[in-house]
Design a protein around this ligand. Structure first.
Ligand SMILES: C[S@@+](CC[C@H](N)C(=O)[O-])C[C@H]1O[C@@H](n2cnc3c(N)ncnc32)[C@H](O)[C@@H]1O
Length: 319
């Protein structure tokens, strides 16, 4: 593996300048290669904010914690490797450049199988991403999941959201779950994974024709990372789901991705066509549409999350 060692001590350089230096360096290296640089060991201090000036042997350094270095690695489209201890005050930080081509966003396959068994998407385990599962668990608690007997998941894929729901629920056997997706291989995988649960059903079906199924209404509808798909008409579909598939005293959990998946890493920030950087206009627009529409329909709505934004709605017609 090719290493590029930048001999500057970044402990005395402002973060804005470090960004410029690293951007230049990283442009010149290939994916999987690393850049390394010396910084103050974050563990030498506690209770200080980033930017605090620390004096060691009459020399001043700028303090920064690991969170800041992790964040910078993401901004530089790198993975932060385990730093190496240089001495009691300094560490060697190592950033490995990500391979931007190893992203399912770049895949060019039949639309129904874009998220299928053979896709890069199927290698993603959202439930192991702290910033996803923390807020999803919170949303399940907020809707009081155990009281929501009939639960529908639109764009269920292979069922990660059900896995977390099973763990969160105290009386899972009394619930009745249905997951819908038009991806044949994902539905097959979900059926295999959950075959021991008689109260979970999966259906391979196109959400565009949901009303044709004449489903009995649901107490909770979950849809994560699905309603903004380019083959769906977001506003129209959301209104139709609330009117036709959700009980008036029901609840909803909608998850909107505010991240991209690149070469094993979840990178913060929504991805929009024709922008090389993350742009959140569409995300905010769709989130606010859901919030306003659900409020109009007499739901109490909260917005939470980080790498995924969660719209959680519970009816004010108490259950
Ligand atoms: C980004 S994935 C999200 C999957 C899962 N909810 C998750 O977050 O891991 C979007 C899912 O929606 C499904 N999907 C997209 N358009 C659909 C449609 N018209 N009908 C049914 N499923 C659809 C895709 O097959 C895919 O499984």
């Amino acid at each position: 593996m090719h290493n590029v060692l930048i001999m500057q001590n970044f402990s005395t350089i402002p973060m804005g300048d470090i960004i410029n230096i690293l951007q230049e360096q990283i442009q010149t290296i290939s994916a999987q290669e690393t850049v390394s640089f010396k910084v103050l060991n974050p563990d030498i201090m506690s209770n200080v904010y980033n930017g605090t000036i620390i004096s060691i042997n009459n020399q001043e350094y700028i303090y920064r914690g690991f969170k800041s270095w992790m964040e910078l690695a993401q901004q530089m489209r790198c993975k932060m490797l385990t730093p190496q201890l240089l001495d009691e005050n300094f560490i060697l930080m190592r950033y490995q450049k990500l391979n931007e081509d190893a992203s399912f966003h770049a895949a060019d396959i039949k639309k129904e199988e874009k998220y299928g068994e053979a896709s890069i998407f199927s290698q993603i385990h959202k439930n192991e991403e702290a910033s996803f599962i923390y807020y999803y668990k919170q949303a399940l608690k907020n809707v009081n999941v155990d009281k929501r007997l009939r639960i529908l998941n639109l764009g269920v894929n292979s069922g990660d959201e059900f896995e977390a729901l099973i763990k969160e629920s105290q009386n899972f056997n009394t619930l009745e779950l249905l997951g819908i997706d038009y991806c044949s291989s994902a539905i097959k995988r979900a059926e295999e994974k959950f075959q021991k649960y008689k109260n979970i059903k999966f259906l391979e079906y196109d959400i565009n024709h949901l009303n044709d199924l004449n489903l009995e209404k649901f107490d909770l509808i979950i849809s994560i990372g699905t309603l903004q798909s380019s083959n769906l008409e977001y506003n129209k579909l959301l209104m139709s789901i609330v009117q036709n598939q959700l009980k008036r005293d029901g609840a909803m959990i909608l998850g909107f991705p505010n991240c991209r998946w690149i070469d094993g890493e979840m990178i913060y920030g929504a991805r929009v066509k024709n922008y090389s950087f993350s742009e959140m206009g569409l995300l905010y627009k769709d989130v606010i549409f859901a919030k306003k529409y659900l409020q109009q329909k007499k739901f109490r709505v909260t917005l939470t999350g980080k790498d995924y934004i969660f719209v959680t709605a519970t009816s004010i017609l108490a259950i």
